[in-house]
Structures are given as structure tokens and as C-alpha cells.
Design a protein around this ligand. Structure first.
Ligand code: ADP
Ligand code: MG
Length: 309
């Protein structure tokens, strides 16, 4: 390898670390982050492995962007203000062209998610990317999976099923006649958006929240269990994009909406009297009891077999 590890880190990973909260970034034994008085630190990590979480032919900028956003989405779900991230990367052979491309996606995601890159680790091995994110909320104002109460409105941001439809397009399981629809849906899979701003704005109002990474039913089930409530979903309210409706047959839509993962939208509950934030949809109701039902049908089994994981 022409590049030493030091050169590689210096060349590619050392110039995305500036922010008011970063006192020391890449280059020492640890980064130093300035914390806010009265706020608490949130830390979360996510790993993407080639062949498991992304296809081997996935473009390098998309791999980087997705790695950051999937990790950032957990901060959004907590209502946290993003502060910094670290990147542990295992690389087969340091390929400058690939690393440059990877860093364009990394830089975009770092800016979009407001997460300066303050450190990490670089090793040789199969392509594996681990992003650890740090954020802060005022103490006592974190959004948890617990806290939903009977009577609350069940709400979701954005539209559902797009990323799963995008993945099916990439895998040739779906076909789009309009390339603009294909582009929209595949971008929803390859370039998810962590709902950071929405999460921060929900801190004072939502009673519970989770990000939808594994599909609506799977993630609502986590929220229901942690809150000790039942969630009733009305399938007619589930928000769908125009592209989704054009590409996915009506008979297949519910499957994608309920079981398709990777949307990274927020699922949250609001007290009855609280207004719905812009871009969000009420999809059901919190009730006393347990489990998740859709149109009165329990969803415990049968909806979690979406075959792409
Ligand atoms: P150490 O041996 O003390 O762990 P390293 O040689 O692993 O130090 O890393 C040197 C510096 O480069 C550290 O500040 C580390 O956080 C940073 N670094 C290493 N890999 C990455 C990476 N992939 N992205 C960002 N910073 C990195
Ligand atoms: Mg190290």
C-alpha cells in the first residue's frame, strides 16, 4: 500500500471535524467535545457490512451517506441535537479513488446531519463501516420508546415503504416504467434522511418515539412493548409517495408499508390536543392493552417476513 495509515487518515478523514462543540478533533488519542450545562449525552452506534447491509456494487458515496444517516437516525429518535461522530472503517485495500468517492458521501452526510467527524479507527479487512454518533438533549427532555399513553395519536413522518420499494427495484424484483420514480425510490433506500430537526422539535410534545429502520410493524411493536400500550394502525392513513403508488401494485402496497424497512422516518405519539407537525401523518391511535394491530387484525406474526434482511 502506497498510503500509510497516517497519510490515509490525514488525507481523507481529518477535515470534517469543525464545530463550536468540537474542542479537539482527529489527530490525538481522543476527541474532546464541549458539553452543554444541564444537558445529557446520547451515544449510539451502527455497523454496515458489505454483502449484509449494502450490496457489493453499491457506490462508495452512498455507502458513506447511508452509514452516517442510519446512525444519525437514532439521535433523531431521541430528540437529540447532533454533536459529533466517529468512524471505524475496515477496508480491504486502500484505493484512493474509492476513498475519495466515499468521502464525498461522508462529507455530505456530515453536513446534512450536522455531525462533525472527530475521530475513528482505520484497519485492513473486509469492508465494514461503524459510525458512532453523539448528541445532546436537555436533561429530562429525551424522547424515549416508553411514554405513549392510551388516547395519544400515533403519527409518522414522511412516507413509508419507499426504501423497501427502492431496494426491490435495485434487486430487479420491481420495475418502474418512469425513471424518475425509480430514481426517487432508490434514493430513499441509498440516501435516507435522518429526521434530526423533527426529532428536536418533538422533544417537548411527543410522549414516545422510535425511528423506523426495520419496518412499521416491527418498530411499532418495540414502542408498544416499551410503553405498555396497544397501537392500532389504520392502513388507509399510511402515507405513500406518488412514486411508490406508481411502482408498487395496490395488492402489494400494504406489505411494503407495514414490513418494508430502511425508511428512517420517525414513529411517534402525541397527546390528543397537540397539533401534528408539518410533513407528518396520523396513522392510528394508542389504546390500553398490548401489541400492534392493523385495521383490527393483530400483526404479531406474518408481517415480519419481508425477505431482504
Ligand atoms: P490510536 O492508535 O491512538 O488509536 P490511530 O492511529 O488509530 O490512533 O488514529 C489517529 C487519529 O486519527 C485519532 O485521532 C483517530 O481518532 C483518528 N482516526 C483514525 N481513523 C479515523 C477515521 N476512519 N475517521 C476519522 N478519524 C480517524
Ligand atoms: Mg486507533
Amino acid at each position: 500500500m502506497a498510503l500509510t495509515e497516517f497519510d490515509l487518515i490525514h488525507q481523507f478523514f481529518s477535515d470534517m471535524g469543525a464545530s463550536d462543540h468540537v474542542l479537539l478533533g482527529v489527530g490525538d488519542d481522543a476527541a474532546i467535545i464541549d458539553t452543554t450545562d444541564g444537558w445529557v449525552l446520547h451515544v449510539s452506534t451502527d455497523t454496515l457490512t458489505e454483502g449484509v447491509h449494502f450490496l457489493p456494487d453499491c457506490a462508495a458515496p452512498d455507502i458513506a451517506y447511508r452509514a452516517v444517516m442510519t446512525a444519525a437516525s437514532d439521535l433523531a429518535a431521541m430528540g437529540a441535537a447532533p454533536r459529533a461522530m466517529v468512524l471505524a472503517i475496515s477496508l480491504p485495500e486502500p484505493d484512493t479513488t474509492w476513498l475519495e468517492a466515499f468521502c464525498t458521501g461522508l462529507r455530505d452526510a456530515s453536513a446534512d446531519a450536522r455531525l462533525p467527524l472527530v475521530g475513528g479507527d482505520t484497519t485492513r479487512g473486509p469492508l465494514v463501516i461503524t459510525v458512532t454518533v453523539m448528541g445532546e438533549t436537555p436533561a429530562g427532555q429525551c424522547l424515549l420508546r416508553s411514554g405513549a399513553a392510551p388516547g395519544d395519536r400515533l403519527c409518522v413522518s414522511g412516507t413509508l415503504g419507499d426504501a423497501a420499494a427502492g431496494l426491490s427495484l435495485l434487486q430487479g424484483e420491481l420495475v418502474a416504467s418512469d425513471p424518475a420514480n425509480a430514481a426517487f425510490l432508490t434514493a430513499r433506500f441509498l440516501r435516507p434522511t435522518a429526521r434530526i430537526g423533527l426529532g428536536e422539535s418533538l422533544r417537548m410534545s411527543a410522549t414516545a418515539a422510535i425511528d423506523i429502520s426495520d419496518g412499521l410493524i416491527a418498530d411499532s411493536t418495540h414502542l408498544a412493548r416499551k410503553s405498555g400500550v396497544a397501537l392500532h394502525i389504520d392502513h388507509r392513513q399510511l402515507p405513500r409517495s406518488t412514486a411508490f403508488c406508481a411502482v408498487v401494485e395496490p395488492s402489494q402496497q400494504l406489505h411494503y408499508l407495514l414490513s418494508g424497512g430502511d425508511d428512517y422516518e420517525l414513529l411517534f405519539t402525541l397527546p390528543q390536543s397537540t397539533a401534528l407537525p408539518e410533513g407528518c401523518t396520523e396513522i392510528g391511535r394508542v389504546m390500553a392493552g398490548s401489541g400492534v394491530s392493523c385495521d383490527g387484525m393483530p400483526t404479531g406474526k406474518g408481517y415480519d417476513h419481508f425477505g431482504h434482511r
